[in-house]
Ligand binder design. Sequence first.
Ligand code: KIV
Length: 260
Amino acid sequence: MMNSTEKANHIKARKTDDTHGRISALTAYDYPTARLLDEAGVDIILVGDSLGMVVLGFPDTTHVTLDMMLHHVAAVSRGVKHALVIGDMPINTYDTPKQALTTAQALVAAGADVVKLEGGVGQVEKIKTIIAAGIPVIGHHGMLPQRVLEDGGYKKKGKTKEEFQAILEGAIALEQAGCFALVLESITPELANEITTTLSIPTIGIGCENKEHPQTCDGEIAVITDLIGSYPWFVPPFATPRADVSWEISRSVSEYIDSL
Ligand code: KIV
């Protein structure tokens, strides 16, 4: 059994390892889902702060607290034997390096192997502080859901020259700070491709490719409810549902009611 640092290093080494295919990552928020994903062989399970929307019914991730995350990280970690478990650091819990370290330590104590935080150049000192304490960090760059209110919505990033350059520089800074991998969210395929070829750590994309530009990152991450179709009220345009769990729930409940 690998320890957390070995698991993170194993994912990092996948950048140059062609024998295992692309890195697979999915979110999970509870024990049964995490156990099923782990038993199916997914490489990474993220207890994402998307929890706020797809499980807790908030309009965005800015409502998620550390206590909520700890509760779900603990449930997920009880179901996982092999995958790398990422604990997402919620908004306002990593405003200073000291606070970032306290939050990272709490997520690891709850069962996370590593932690994830959003942002680029401005997060370098916080990342270095967490890594110096022995906790591996995965960065999250591009479109940052925790900034949705300031940004006025979920907008694809990297379309202007300035934004392209700033995000590329941020990604380089995250690698130099010691991140073992990066999540890239909703950036243009051209920028995702540029970051993926520039960095020597793996990139794991969500909403960064299209038909003309597939596989712009070293791996893919999806929100589990988008993959299995269990949150029908909002499905992002880039999602590829592979099941219709919400329909199955409605069907079985109707059948049950009718059978009484
Ligand atoms: O919270 C989350 O689920 C995430 C993914 C969208 C990458 O951060």
